[in-house]
Design a protein around this ligand. Structure first.
Ligand SMILES: *Cc1c(COP(=O)(O)O)cnc(C)c1O
Length: 472
């Protein structure tokens, strides 16, 4: 059957469609090439559908409306702001630390302006990007020198590659950590060309275990923070302070992968104690590696802090060039580090610390405000109640400590068939600003700790769309 024999197969021509006012508007917004390409695909699909007997609206207005939707979807950002109501403040899958406005502004400037990234303004000569943050990081940690790389995994990899190629690195069996997302100490060690020498047992390692193996072939003693688990019961760990004299005596560098690596004593803010970088260096570590976007509250990066000669050797390794950070990272990191100059004001100014120290009463007030609007939006199939719950710091900081919080607990009404909580989770994800909660014990928990006051209007305004998303 020829096309001409079926009138409905005669679709409007590309040039005619794009000549219409609505077509012109799409060309202006998305460009001629993109609009034509998308339109050709759409017309092909319509033709196929019509041949298959489908009843398609092939008016110019209908086709252009569909084209507009497609172009908008293709050009929409895949990376989108979400509400983190999981209760995990430093959530790796949601991008970890949120940064304070000082850092946001500095990144905007760095995006728009050339910066003195590697150019010394005093001498007019080539500079070193690490020097932008080195003085402040040394002051905060007691280190002699620092270098900054892409993340803490990169910091550990670079440190091992530079200081331990083809030699042994001693690690306690209790510290052969896997951090989520394929960071395993034995694998990193192999990639760096170092040989792992495990000592001790899973639950108990003694100083004599290190003593027995630390010899001429040992490049490093490495301690790794047990970021996402705790070994309890009959246990023995050799502390940095206990290990330091052995490292000195045998002239072997003692390195610590601290993971989260806080720069201040969290106890002064009412949080559980987490060993600081400064304490670790004071206890005798020659090098400490830690993340920038965990408890520090800055951008993603990894910081290596410690002895000047070791940091200098690390900076000379070719991997340093491959793992170095961009101007955006340094632009964000510097103002964050400056906030630490006023530790008494830190809980107001450093977003991460503000969220971690947020009083449960604040979340409770939010829960009281939001319970009714959420219940209205969800309708009869669900019950919404305010409830106490526990937040976690996340990202391997203090894995077993919980922070008292408050939020909303949503349960399906008894007798609802199917998977109503799964459906609700999907509805929340389909919102313009997707909401991420946590399902446990047949309940969807929305922990309000990370719902910031200035973002509350956006949260409330989109709730009615949950009704429309019912079938999403
Ligand atoms: C988080 C963590 C890492 C990985 O750090 P990233 O900055 O995510 O690369 C490595 N080691 C420990 C002990 C950690 O807690």
């Amino acid at each position: 059957m020829s096309e001409a024999a079926v009138p409905s197969l005669r679709l409007p021509a590309v040039h005619a469609l794009l000549g219409e006012a609505a077509g012109q508007a799409l060309v202006l917004e998305y460009g001629h090439e993109q609009a034509v390409a998308a339109l050709r695909v759409l017309l092909d699909e319509l033709r196929t559908a019509l041949r298959g007997g489908g009843a398609e609206d092939v008016s110019a207005a209908a086709i252009l409306a569909r084209l507009g939707e497609r172009l908008a979807a293709a050009n929409a950002s895949r990376l989108r702001p979400v509400f983190n109501l999981t209760g995990t403040v430093l959530h790796t899958n949601l991008g970890r630390a949120l940064l304070p406005d000082e850092a946001v502004q500095a990144v905007v400037d760095a995006l728009r302006w050339p910066m003195n990234l590697e150019w010394d303004l005093e001498t007019g000569k080539r500079g070193d990007r690490d020097s932008l943050v080195e003085e402040q990081l040394c002051a905060l940690t007691g280190a002699e020198a620092v270098t900054v790389v892409n993340n803490n995994a990169a910091a550990v990899l670079l440190m091992l590659a530079a200081l331990a190629p083809n030699r042994e690195v001693i690690v306690s069996r209790g510290e052969l950590v896997e951090i989520g997302g394929a960071f395993r100490i034995p694998d990193i060690m192999a990639r760096a060309g170092a040989t792992l020498r495990e000592v001790g047992t899973t639950n108990r390692t003694h100083l004599k275990d290190y003593e027995e193996h630390a010899g001429a072939d040992t490049a490093m003693l490495l301690k790794v923070h047990c970021s996402n688990y705790a070994i309890t019961g009959f246990t023995k760990e050799v502390t940095v302070a206990e290990l330091a004299p052995l490292a000195r005596e045998r002239d072997i560098p003692l390195a610590v992968d601290l993971g989260s690596g806080t720069l201040v004593d969290l106890e002064r803010y009412g949080l559980p104690h987490e060993t600081t970088v400064k304490e670790t260096i004071a206890a005798g570590a020659d090098l400490v590696t830690f993340s920038g976007d965990k408890l520090l509250g800055g951008p993603q990066c990894g910081i290596i802090a410690g002895r000047a000669d070791l940091v200098a050797a690390i900076k000379k390794h070719p991997l340093k060039r491959a793992l170095r950070v961009s101007k955006l990272t340094l632009a964000a990191l510097e103002p964050v580090l400056n906030l630490y100059r006023a530790p008494d004001l830190l809980p107001q100014r450093l977003t991460t610390l503000r969220l971690l120290t947020r009083p449960a009463a604040e979340m409770r007030a939010l829960a009281d405000t939001l319970a009714a609007p959420l219940q209205d939006a969800l309708g009869d199939g669900y019950s919404v109640v305010t409830a106490p719950m526990n937040s976690q710091i996340g990202s391997g900081a203090l894995p077993v400590e919980l922070l008292p919080s408050y939020g909303l607990a949503v349960r399906a009404q008894p007798g609802v068939r199917g998977n109503p909580l799964g459906l609700l989770e999907r509805r929340l994800r389909a919102l313009p600003h997707p909401v991420v909660g946590r399902i446990a014990d047949d309940t969807l928990w929305l922990d309000l700790r990370c719902l910031q006051q200035d973002q509350l209007p956006i949260f409330v305004a989109q709730l009615p769309q949950l009704v429309e998303n019912k079938t999403a």
